[in-house]
Design a binder for this molecule. Structure first.
Ligand SMILES: [Zn+2]
Length: 100
């Protein structure tokens, strides 16, 4: 097992990605996967930016929902898609969406 190399933080680049995300979200809501494709960054990077934006109150999350029983994943700090439904154990979970 090797650790991923730590890359130096490039502030200008970070700012650009964040602005790009905000611009996209000002139009319509996106899931992490859609944002990742749109700005051509990994989902991990998109997630980091979304967590920061959520902390500063710039974006809102439409929570993930179980497609089988309708259970809503309300946890505010849970930005990532949950693995399975705690209620019915279904793996069919609608992705959380992000909007301004
Ligand atoms: Zn369920």
């Amino acid at each position: 097992m090797t650790k991923p190399p730590h890359q130096p933080t490039d502030h200008a680049r970070t700012e650009t990605i964040r602005q790009h995300i905000l611009r996209l979200l000002s139009d319509t809501e996106y899931s992490i996967g859609e944002l990742s494709k749109s700005i051509q960054q990994s989902e991990k990077i998109v997630l980091e930016h979304l967590q920061e934006l959520q902390k500063t109150g710039k974006i809102q999350i439409i929570p993930a929902e179980c497609l089988d029983c309708g259970f809503v994943f309300e946890e505010r700090n849970r930005v990532k898609k949950p693995g399975k439904c705690p209620k019915c154990k279904s793996l069919r979970i609608a992705e959380p969406l992000y909007q301004l």
